[in-house]
Ligand binder design. Structure first.
Ligand SMILES: NC(=O)c1ccc[n+]([C@@H]2O[C@H](COP(=O)([O-])OP(=O)(O)OC[C@H]3O[C@@H](n4cnc5c(N)ncnc54)[C@H](O)[C@@H]3O)[C@@H](O)[C@H]2O)c1
Length: 344
């Protein structure tokens, strides 16, 4: 147990519960794993040491109650109250009470489990709270992984973490094969075939809680800017593009559908036009990236090579400190952390 990567998680929603299911399933399988071994570690080298939430319907429950049938060594961990520095999200308010603790109490609880990482997967739009969680990780002495769109990595926060031999990774998780990754891959492919992309849009529709939270105008606008900027990197010439979470449709559940339209020009200005739709499951789509990143980060922490954290952030996030082409991000990550020999 002590050699495992110890993960504390803020937010026990879709992503966390799927991650927990994955850590159990991948004890005996590699089917569906992007990289079975990263930095010489498998998913058996990862464990959950604490989970925090502020939804009173979740706080106080054991993991096994949230994920019935969970037999992992962390199944009996009780979800503890987290902190809240923003207005309570509508869906939690609507469902009932919240339970949170003071910053000092939270830091004490986090410290007691001595995590390697605090993974921030709280609801979208709680930016002050995400910043506080980053601060708590720093105060406790663990690294921080920010899946939300809050801006937690700055020159300053990086320096503070690195001065303590820790890492801050973020911001805004990029799913393995979600709307943004697919859009970037498509633009990259067209560009590599000598096609000039001129205009594009991506409209996302989802039915889960996070999509509903993203509908708040400020959050929606921020996510749209992050996605649009992330996609623009792939083309050598500027093109008109818009990408973002557009609509909440409850009937989609955890599915997300991205609709794309792209207009481009080829030889003699010939027109190329595409209409595509991509349907994926939202929560599972982020988990390969999370388990890859945490193992890679632990490898770097062990080797005290914190400067290489950019390789992980560029691979795993839509808004990393260093923005690079998606193809280069994957190559750099695999060159550094994935030994092909180890994949059986
Ligand atoms: N593929 C993906 O799933 C993906 C991709 C990119 C980004 N993200 C981001 O990851 C985050 C989590 O996504 P999700 O689908 O699990 O969301 P979710 O809505 O299912 O879960 C969020 C959880 O956080 C809890 N929470 C809210 N405020 C909290 C606080 N102050 N402290 C602790 N817990 C708190 C909520 O009660 C809920 O249980 C979101 O910010 C989302 O935008 C996910």
């Amino acid at each position: 147990m002590s050699d495992k990567i110890k993960i504390a998680v803020a937010g026990s929603g879709n992503v966390t519960l799927t991650l927990i299911k994955g850590l159990e399933f991948y004890k005996n399988s590699i089917e569906g794993l992007w990289h079975p071994k990263v930095a010489d570690m498998t998913l058996n080298d990862m464990t959950i040491v604490a989970v925090f939430d502020i939804d009173s319907a979740k706080v106080g429950k054991k993991i096994v109650q949230a994920v019935p049938g969970c037999k992992s060594d962390f199944a009996d961990i009780v979800i503890q109250p987290g902190i809240m520095s923003d207005t309570v999200p509508f869906h939690i308010n609507q469902n009932g009470q919240t339970r949170s603790v003071s910053y000092e109490e939270f830091v004490k609880s986090l410290k007691s489990v001595r995590p390697d990482f605090l993974v921030n997967v709280i609801s979208s739009g709680l930016d002050k709270t995400s910043e506080k969680y980053a601060q708590a990780a720093l105060d406790v002495g663990c690294s921080f992984f920010n899946a939300t769109s809050a801006k937690t990595i700055t020159e300053n926060t990086r320096k503070l973490f690195e001065a303590k031999g820790l890492m801050i990774l973020g911001d805004d998780l990029m799913s393995q094969f979600g709307g943004t990754a697919f859009h970037r891959g498509m633009i990259d492919f067209m560009t590599s075939r000598g096609i000039t992309v001129q205009k594009a849009y991506q409209l996302d529709v989802g039915g889960n809680q996070d999509t509903m939270n993203t509908m708040a105008e400020e959050t929606r606008e921020r996510k749209r800017n992050i996605k649009t900027e992330s996609i623009a990197i792939e083309s050598p010439s500027p093109f008109r593009s818009t990408a973002g979470t557009t609509e909440y449709a409850e009937q989609l559940g955890d599915s997300r559908v991205s609709y794309y339209w792209m207009e481009a020009k080829g030889f003699l200005g010939s027109a190329i036009e595409m209409d595509l739709a991509l349907r994926t499951s939202d929560s599972t789509n982020g988990c390969n990236v999370i388990v890859d990143s945490l193992r890679a980060a632990k490898g770097l922490l062990n080797r005290k090579e914190l400067v290489k954290s950019d390789i992980i952030s560029s691979y795993a996030f839509k808004n990393p400190p260093k923005k690079r082409h998606i193809r280069e991000c994957i190559k750099s990550f695999e060159d550094e952390f994935v030994s092909r020999k180890l994949i059986s």
